[in-house]
Design a protein around this ligand. Sequence first.
Ligand code: PLP
Length: 444
Amino acid sequence: MNSSRVTETASGQSTEMVTKHTGHLFPWVKPYYREPIVLSDAEGVWVRDLEGREYLDFFAGILTTSIGHCHPDVTSAVEAQLHRIGHTSPLYVTEPQVLAAEQLARLAPGDLRRSAFTNSGTEAIETALAAACIYTGRSEIIALRQGYSGRSALATNLTGHASWRPLPTQVAGIKHARAPYTYRSPLGPGAAEEEQTDFFIDDLVDVIESATGGRPAALLAETIQGVGGFIVPPRGYLWRAAEVIRSYGGLLISDEVQTGFGRTGKVWFGIEHAGVVPDIMVMAKGIANGFPVGATITTDEIAEAWTGHSISTFGGNPISMAAAVATMTVMQREDVRTLCEARGAQVRVEMERLCSDFDWIGEVRGMGLMQAMEIVDHPETRRPDAARAQALLEAARDENLLVGVGGRYGHVVRMGPSMLVTEEEVDEAMARLARACLAADDAL
Ligand SMILES: Cc1ncc(COP(=O)(O)O)c(C=O)c1O
């Protein structure tokens, strides 16, 4: 890390900052850890707190610093743009927005080529849903339980976790099918993959047939449920789900907020593993390496059906767009798809080894550089063990390793570092994780 950028602070300043944070921000702006970390500097996969302590960041601001903190190409693109023009509003054409849309169309599968830029995943989801409803002239949406869609009224209602639905606002017309969550399937985690797929597809059909008027506008699905705890659908599920929703005249909206841009390895977008071209795709998080960008991409036909007014003052602003263009350029130059496959396999091998050492690691799952461990009381009873997951989160912090938690009960430990993480950095992180597992084993 560039030490010239490090702020010299006296110990204790973090405590003061945390006290002020608690006093001045809404309680839901809630940091991790018993004693929250105050981050001040970063480079690549390394971050530093106010006290000067360095951590390996394997959660990347929730899979968002996709090519590493303060990537020089992004920093210089943003700096250059700041000196030219920082804001225009969508009332004017700008080069960065056009370039970003062009790049996105190049990366996206099939004939997805018309984009709308906003400022968050939530807004990108809202845009996708509006486009689907306008195009189909319908209003019912199928979402998946354990899915996460954001924090607006619509997005919280789409979300399939009680704890992430604190708003009293109820949005009508959203029905949830079962999450394709094989580890917690009523068939049991050992059931054959085809059987699991049949089961979850039958449920999707059943929800459409019984809980809607049979005319859904769309199915919204993450290709791996991120907040849900990196739930990977069984083989064939997404392909058949696309067939099902289209057979009812609805669209498939693929939420690639966490799974986009090579994160799952081999392909640019998670849905491509299923051999499906969605009708609409939603992106955010890693698209601009931490700058606030939400993107919704679709076909000419679907985009052109939306003839009414809409505007986002900051959507597509030149600074964020310059960051997005620089980020996507680096992603292609470095071919992060291949890197994620290799580094992900490295993480996976180590997690599998830990799974065989500790019987409270119930399952290891994920794709590419999106890998998780589901923490349970025992491999037979498989009750979610959020306390152990928290102990592991804290123990990893003691090892100067940042990881995330997820899952309905916060019982899934998740990793999703920068896609440019090196082999040595992965080795180092996994050694730290192994020591943290030993500490968490003793903790309860
Ligand atoms: C899959 C998915 N969709 C949508 C969102 C909402 O994105 P944002 O927090 O940028 O509004 C998230 C955020 O975690 C997400 O994981």
